[in-house]
Design a protein around this ligand. Sequence first.
Ligand code: GDP
Length: 445
Amino acid sequence: MFESLSDRLSGVFDRLTKQGALSEDDVKTALREVRVALLEADVSLPVARDFVRAVQDKATGQAVTKSVTPGQQVVKIVHDELVAVLTGAEDPGKLKIDNAPAPILMVGLQGGGKTTTTGKLAKRLKERENKRVLMASLDVYRPAAMHQLEVLGGQIGVDVLPIVEGQKPVDIAKRAKQQATMGGYDVYLLDTAGRLQIDEVLMQEVEDVSKAVNPRETLLVVDGLTGQVAVEVAEEFDAKVGISGVVLTRMDGDGRGGAALSMRAVTGKPIRFVGVGEKLDALETFEPDRIAGRILGMGDIVALVEKAQETIEAEQAEKMMRRMAKGQFSMNDLKSQFEQMIKMGGMENVMGMLPGMGKAAKGLTQAGLDDKMLRRHIALINSMTKHERRNPQILQASRKKRIAAGAGMEVADLNKLLKMHRQMADMMKKLGKMGKGGMLKNAMK
Ligand code: GDP
């Protein structure tokens, strides 16, 4: 799946992974190609643009992890961002079906795989969750579709609501509800009629059915190969009837992954399942990590970078511990503290984890140490020379002016940072001493 995108990105990153150092221009070049690849994969322009921008922001200024190449690092950043965009529901495979009988409305255009998916889902609920399932076709316009569902039911051993000729969709839905209630079913799946295109009559009908049964889930089934069209269909259905999730079908073929990415970014609706074949067990729970891995086709590199990062973090923590024990705490140490804090979700969180630091943490938080502030502090430190970072006590008026200007801030901002550094250095000295007793070591694990 997503072969073209994967191939394309592989080409780009192959070149990058062979380079020793990565300049900003290199990042830009690579990301330009990522953008083209995304567009070719049918990701919509605004989504591709946002995606690339987010990656660029993250890649720029991020130190390259030791023992991986800059190119590998970029792969990891692109991967993480893909996962971030693709992640929707916490547990996409878990449908809201606790109050029996739970109605699930299946909607979508004709030919998207709606009926097949209804069968696949029924089979899954029956076999994996041990549910008693009833299926009903509301496609009164196509008797063949109704029979198709009957045949599917026979194949998977799931009951299908008997066909009553001449009945309207809403009445069939009501009859399904009644039968599900009386028959002690856990779930009933309503396979609504599709059209070749969205039209008012279809929408009204789905809306009426929805009102009649008040579904716990309304799943839109769309052909993943139709890319941008799938996204538009999702937006329309969501606006009219409200969908709770999306099933992307035909993700087994030479699929372009763009639909998944745009679908998430544009509609904000979680992708719950992907159809990966015509067989009735060819339905998989949507896994952002796996899809991102497939889009990139570079899972090995991602794992490698993760491992390297873990090792480095452990090394850094140990190094800092040793320095702290000696009473050393430079601006560089402060900077890496800030970076860690941003990563770990803010100052209060981090300080709160250190014994006896709760109160200090509160004071620092009141001082406005949020993510934004931390980033401003980092910018100031970046504006210092190596010598200044190691010896902040040498900072006099002219140096201060230069540093503040270099970071686009005021000297007053720098003074605040310096004061904080002194406080932190004091605190770290104390902690360092405690660290000898092993206390801090445990706290920092
Ligand atoms: P409906 O009109 O939306 O109900 O579509 P159907 O369920 O009748 O499916 C149309 C065609 O798509 C059938 O031939 C299905 O076997 C096929 N199909 C459905 N889902 C998938 C899928 O995930 N992968 C593949 N390869 N084919 C699928």
